[in-house]
Ligand binder design. Structure first.
Ligand code: BMP
Length: 216
């Protein structure tokens, strides 16, 4: 298996969509999912992103990371558009505390409760964000890989939530460290996407993950 969600924020060369598409072809089996955020949307446009989702959507989990933070009705509208585009899941901010219900449809929703920024106010309010998260039908939580104590805290409280952890690689968390602390997937961006040899870099990360998972 692989427990890597690849963040497609950056690309090498001047054709991001072609670069990401080739990268996903070359990394089959080494990636569990793909995270698309504002950089990719702004570079490739909604049509380009929809094409990418259509091309790889059968094999890969597509996560929309727009850290939605608007009033509840607008967030619900955004979620339904993302679902129409073919995304499997989406990340929302919890601090507005504007959502009182989530759609009953297929899109998985993840709430952000801890950020990799060392002085994040989100982390200062993690307890309150977890309380609020427990009132929503969330699929899971986003918790910084650079803060293993935060992962353990989220896991203790939410046994069945899917925990996604960004911060492995460039931001300093070692491969598989978030899994060891209780996360389900590690979100990795630049260390792979900007690497001279993305396959080698990804293989290194996945091997560390397999060791933690007692595979291979
Ligand atoms: P990188 O591995 O290049 O540092 O990328 C990390 C990814 O995780 C980015 O897409 C970023 O938006 C996301 N992320 C993060 O780094 N810290 C957070 O607290 C929340 C995030 O979503």
């Amino acid at each position: 298996g692989s427990w890597v969600i690849l963040a497609l924020d950056y690309a090498r060369g001047n054709s991001p969509l072609a670069y990401w598409s080739e990268l996903l072809h070359r990394t089959t089996g080494l990636v569990a999912g793909v995270k698309v955020g504002l950089p990719a949307l702004l570079r490739a446009g909604p049509t380009g992103i929809s094409e990418l989702v259509q091309s790889f959507g059968d094999e890969l989990y597509f996560l929309a990371d727009f850290k939605l933070a608007d009033i509840g009705d607008v967030v619900l509208e955004e979620l339904s558009i993302l679902e129409e585009m073919g995304f499997d899941g989406a990340i929302v901010h919890l601090f507005p505390r504007c959502l009182d219900r989530l759609p009953l449809n297929a899109l998985d929703v993840y709430g952000l409760v801890s950020m990799t920024c060392p002085r994040s106010l989100v982390d200062e309010h993690m307890g309150e964000l977890l309380d609020y998260a427990s009132t929503l039908r969330l699929k899971g939580l986003v918790v910084a890989a650079t803060k293993p104590d935060a992962i353990r805290r989220a896991r203790e409280r939410f046994r069945h939530a899917v925990i996604l952890s960004p911060g492995v690689g460039v931001q300093g968390a070692p491969p598989a460290s978030a899994l060891s602390a209780g996360a389900d997937y590690e979100i990795v961006g630049r260390s792979v996407v900007l690497s001279e040899d993305p396959v080698r870099e990804l293989t290194r990360i996945v091997e560390a993950q397999r060791a933690v998972k007692h595979e291979g």
